[in-house]
Ligand binder design. Structure first.
Ligand code: HEC
Length: 130
């Protein structure tokens, strides 16, 4: 978990080199060593703090965020997973538009979306339900 951001990126590139044939949607190999991150423990709060001010369907002012790009639920997140990773973890992240994410948050986001699953997220929420 405490890998530097660059190490992390190289691991991903290295791992994908073996994935040219037939890796499909399998969990990346580096995930085995990562702490598991879920919606209940991280994602929900992260999205509320950094994204849903514009992307929540209840947002007062979406600042132009498309109505379809909403992150209200676990299901929404998994529909938008690839797009979320693209706009937050690329060389020049475009989201959130007005501030930068901590490297730690970006790493957790990446671990959550690349190593987690919709099912794990649903279970994590059930655990937190009284
Ligand atoms: C200040 C408002 C605001 C915040 C906060 C915000 N967004 Fe956006 N988002 C927008 C706007 C406006 C667009 C449409 C224009 C664009 O694509 O740049 C957009 C578009 C998107 C898209 C679709 C773009 C594409 O290329 O597919 C995704 C995915 C996205 N945002 C993810 C996020 C994530 C993840 C966060 C939190 C880390 C976030 N946004 C935070 C305003 C915001």
């Amino acid at each position: 978990m405490r890998l530097g951001y660059n190490v992390h990126r190289w691991t991903i590139i290295w791992t994908s080199a073996f994935c040219i044939v037939g890796c499909g949607t399998e969990t990346p190999e580096w995930c085995a060593e990562e702490v598991h991150v879920t919606y209940a423990e991280f994602g929900e709060t992260f999205l509320r703090q950094h994204c849903n001010g514009c992307h929540g369907s209840e947002a007062d002012n979406r600042h132009g965020a498309p109505v379809v790009v909403s992150f209200d639920s676990i299901e929404d997140v998994w529909v938008w997973k690839d797009a979320i990773l693209r706009v937050t973890t690329s060389e020049n992240p475009s989201m959130p538009p007005a501030w930068e994410l901590d490297v730690g948050d970006t790493e957790l986001l990446q671990v959550w979306l690349e190593c987690g699953s919709e099912l794990a997220d649903q279970k994590s929420l059930r655990k937190f339900d009284p």
